[in-house]
Design a protein around this ligand. Structure first.
Ligand SMILES: Cc1cc2nc3c(=O)[nH]c(=O)nc-3n(C[C@H](O)[C@H](O)[C@H](O)COP(=O)(O)OP(=O)(O)OC[C@H]3O[C@@H](n4cnc5c(N)ncnc54)[C@H](O)[C@@H]3O)c2cc1C
Length: 523
């Protein structure tokens, strides 16, 4: 039986475009005769955004799947290891000159492995003497405190002692993926501007027109819009309705800057630092030769000049006069449909939620994997897959927005109108309000997360809630929590395991230098 969908055209060669091309070409076997042909067209004139430097552990699986050597990736893309995020000053400081800080690590908490929720037992401990939640239920926060890596050089590519992701140079990553797609996965590349998207009478796309000297018309059966914020297909061609979330997430501007290390021996953190400010927050990501630092803020509450000054103050003693500060306007929201007719949007074209939890590349990856896995080869199958994809991605976007908002709306900071407004119930999505209300008297459990595909799971919520000092009063449910002895034994085991890891793990810079010199063994 013949197939209708045999050729996919991707428009755009940023992180979204090349990651999608790699996943699709590998899964749909572009190099085989009965596989799906993939072409990517990228404008030679419009640069990629090139700012997404933080990732999630899923990227390890994806890189492995598409046949990339972890050693090559680390060498080529200025990569360092990331074990989570540290949130500084998101709550009132407990003591003068002592910032409030907690981690959202990437490793799963032991209670997930044993199906035994440790959170209520931590809540039952004496508030004044207990260790912070992140240091009680897992080891990774303590490794981050010491700047220690999640693995050793003797471990093979992609394997881990602790769950990890990467910090990377976004421009180098797109280039690296491009070469891999062209050299190894059979992706056809065209450098040209798409000038028009042409539809048939049923509003399906037949082809796009370009300014290329010979490839003026690019035909395909299915089209992926990775054209960035302009949304060449989803916005400019189909004008799909937009769900704004600017009333939930207030930050509308980012100011990004690359800060070189003063010398090549400078320690590199193994986590992203997100430090809350008067009207936003500053990210700090350590790559091999420089830090990527930026202020995400709301221009309603602070002037550009004051925001820049706060960023300079954060960078500290280093001379910033030679540095280039790049201003980026942010528009939070997403399209009400991502898949329409024979096209789908992935990346900035689909939507944007601020990078507080570095969730965008994860969402591109998840979207491309879903399309690749379910790609309909026959036109008659399209409507079903379109429906599933749109439901799935909408759920992922809604849940992402809620999780980002959580960081703001449970804060006890009241030092500026920005923080006061962030706690206004009118700005908090209803599902999050209901969850928070319930969690005031019972800690979250796996049953709060009925959808296996939610981007942020039980562990993530527990880390943020109890890192921020959220109060759960167990009084009405205390009869349920009688396994104190078992919990204490686990806390003790975790503590011992943490001490062992601290003894064994190398510091981040030492591991990265060894990988550059010797490489990991292949899996
Ligand atoms: C300040 C900031 C920090 C971020 N940090 C993170 C992070 O830490 N982690 C994370 O996961 N995400 C992060 N993100 C989000 C995300 O990674 C970026 O938004 C991502 O760079 C967007 O990639 P993209 O491929 O969708 O778009 P782009 O990089 O903008 O690429 C668009 C592509 O489309 C092409 N194009 C456009 N028009 C045409 C045309 N007419 N014809 C042909 N080609 C065309 C361009 O040439 C380009 O190749 C961050 C975003 C911002 C704004």
């Amino acid at each position: 039986m013949g197939t209708d969908n045999n050729h996919i055209l991707i428009i755009g060669g940023g992180t979204a475009g090349w990651l999608s091309a790699a996943i699709l070409a590998k899964t749909l076997n572009s190099k085989l005769k009965n596989g799906v042909k993939i072409t990517l067209v990228e404008s030679p004139d419009i640069p990629i955004l090139g700012v997404g430097e933080g990732t999630w552990p899923n990227l390890r699986g994806t890189l492995h799947k598409i046949g990339i050597s972890e050693t090559d990736f680390i060498r080529e893309c200025d990569v360092t290891f990331k074990q989570g995020a540290e949130f500084v000053n998101w709550s009132k400081t407990p003591e003068p000159n002592k910032p409030h800080s907690y981690y959202h690590p990437l490793s799963t908490v032991s209670h997930s492995s044993y199906d035994f929720n440790l959170a209520p037992y931590w809540l039952q401990q004496d508030k004044d003497t207990r260790l912070p939640y992140d240091r009680t239920v897992a080891s990774q926060a303590r490794l981050c405190d010491h700047g220690l890596a999640p693995k050793q050089i003797v471990m093979s590519e992609y394997s881990a002692a602790q769950e990890y992701a990467y910090h990377l140079n976004a421009c180098k990553f797109a280039e690296f993926l491009k070469q891999h797609c062209i050299d190894h996965l059979g992706v056809n590349f065209i450098s040209a501007n798409v000038t028009e998207v042409v539809l048939d009478s049923d509003e399906f796309i037949t082809h796009v027109e370009t300014d290329h000297i010979s490839e003026k018309q690019l035909n395909a059966d299915f089209f992926i819009d990775c054209s960035g914020a302009k949304g060449l297909i989803i916005k400019q061609t189909y004008n799909i309705a937009w769900q704004s979330i600017n009333d939930v997430i207030f930050n509308d501007t980012a100011l990004a800057v690359q800060v070189p290390y003063p010398d090549k021996t400078q320690a590199i953190k193994t986590h992203t630092i997100a430090t809350a400010q008067e009207a936003g927050w500053i990210w700090d990501i350590g790559l091999q030769d420089r830090r990527g630092v930026g202020h995400v803020y709301s221009s309603k509450y602070i002037s550009d000049q004051a925001a820049k000054q706060q960023l300079i103050d954060y960078i500290g003693e280093q001379d910033t006069s030679e540095l280039t500060f790049r201003k980026i306007k942010l528009n939070h929201g997403y399209h009400k449909k991502f898949w329409h007719k024979n096209s789908v949007a992935i990346g900035m074209s689909a939507g944007f939620v601020e990078p507080l939890e570095a969730s965008a590349i994860f969402l591109f990856d998840a979207a491309a994997n879903m399309i690749a896995t379910q790609f309909p080869r026959k036109k008659s199958e399209m409507a079903y897959v379109e429906k599933k994809f749109n439901e799935h991605l909408t759920m992922r976007m809604e849940r992402t927005v809620e999780f980002i908002k959580l960081h703001y709306c449970i804060s006890d900071r009241r030092d500026s109108q920005y923080w006061i407004d962030n706690c206004d119930p009118k700005s908090i999505p209803e599902n999050l309000q209901q969850r928070l209300n319930f969690w005031r008297s019972q800690p979250p459990t796996k049953y709060d997360f009925e959808n296996a595909w939610e981007p942020f799971n039980l562990d993530s919520y527990l880390y943020i809630l109890y890192g921020m000092g959220f109060e759960t009063d167990l009084e009405t449910v205390s009869a349920k929590y009688t396994q104190t002895e078992r919990a204490n034994k686990l806390f003790d085991d975790i503590n011992k395991a943490s001490e062992l890891l601290i003894e064994k793990m190398p510091v981040q810079r030492a591991l990265v230098e060894k990988v550059i010199q010797y490489g990991f063994s292949k899996l």
